[in-house]
Design a protein around this ligand. Structure first.
Ligand code: 13P
Ligand code: SF4
Length: 304
């Protein structure tokens, strides 16, 4: 009941503030339920760039709110939990990236959006898990610096004849999954297909029937004729998978697939953020301008 009151209050506040609520596919169920738009990192940055709302309430992690601020500087971007960060994004620093660029002069930097605005500002182009292969192939160069995700980088390199220089960053949530655990589930459910996110380690990707971004999983599982799936990404994805496919079964590949940062934002946090119009995420202009160039170059890469 209390939850219902909170949801009503969020909807009213969103209306009165002329705000839009964007939520990543990993958010808590009740946050996804009241969001105007849910999506993967690519869809949410496109939405932030296109929305008419004056305020964006970003239910996700810090780098996502930064991307919204970079693409929509005239809007107020609220991140209800300022402490919702991404450990993978924190694994690459501006100094570290500059050093890598010094070692490979003239080589373009492709930066996964799971990175700080300051790192994006040092990059040539961004990518998400949904478009990384296309982004890399859109570049004429034979060599690529890829940061920060070593797993996504190596996955993309498998589709390319270019030489890659990787950063050894990773997502601690996806890396908690084990191949032994997945093999055990496959044995228990021989009819199930295993679908996983490219942030997973190579030994997990080698077991996958399909590899894609979070939103890619909705499309793939919906259109697949299989009735059972082992899901290799963060638990929040199960909410919409089960809602959209009540006749299918979705088994999480590991109980450890919970990102603590993605679980921080509650309905109470959203109400408080909209009442107080804080915390605001605003990227300073000297970082925003070069970071926007890298994000806009990514958004300009044609879709398949
Ligand atoms: P996508 O939703 O873009 O697949 O990203 C996954 C992720 O880890 C976001 O933090
Ligand atoms: Fe970062 Fe991994 Fe959490 Fe995504 S799931 S926010 S990559 S720690």
């Amino acid at each position: 009941m209390y939850q219902e009151e909170l949801k009503r209050e969020v909807r009213e506040l969103l209306r009165s503030r002329n705000a839009v609520l964007l939520a990543h596919n990993y958010m808590r169920d009740e946050v996804q339920e009241i969001a105007d738009i849910t999506g993967d990192s690519l869809a949410l940055s496109q939405e932030a760039a296109a929305t008419d709302a004056e305020v964006i309430v970003f239910c996700g992690v810090h780098f996502m709110a930064e991307s919204a601020s970079i693409l929509a500087p005239e809007k107020i971007v609220l991140l209800p939990r300022l402490d919702a960060g991404c450990p993978m994004a924190d694994m690459v620093t501006v100094e570290g990236l500059r050093e890598l660029k010094r070692r490979h002069p003239g080589v373009p930097v492709v930066t996964y959006v799971n990175s700080s605005a300051a790192v994006k500002a040092e990059s040539d182009i961004c990518c998400t898990s949904a478009n990384a292969v296309r982004v890399v192939e859109s570049l004429p160069d034979d060599e690529i610096i890829f940061v920060p995700d070593r797993n996504l980088g190596r996955y993309v390199a498998g589709f390319s004849s270019k030489t890659f220089h990787f950063w050894e960053g990773f997502c601690p949530t996806h890396e908690r999954m084990t191949a032994a655990g997945v093999l055990h589930l496959k044995e228990e459910h021989p009819d199930a297909l295993f679908v996983c996110h490219p942030e997973c380690a190579p030994q997990l990707l080698a077991l996958a029937d399909h590899i894609c971004s979070t939103s890619g999983m909705y499309d793939w599982c919906r259109t697949s004729s299989s009735r059972r799936f082992i899901i290799g990404t963060e638990a929040g994805i199960l909410y919409r998978l089960r809602l959209e496919n009540p006749e299918k079964e979705f088994i999480l590949a590991s109980p450890a697939l919970v990102c603590p940062n993605m679980k921080l934002t509650s309905l109470e946090d959203i109400v408080l953020a909209l009442r107080s119009m804080s915390p605001v995420v605003k990227v300073p202009e000297e970082i925003r301008i070069p970071a926007r160039r890298a994000l806009e170059r990514m958004l300009a890469v044609p879709r398949d």
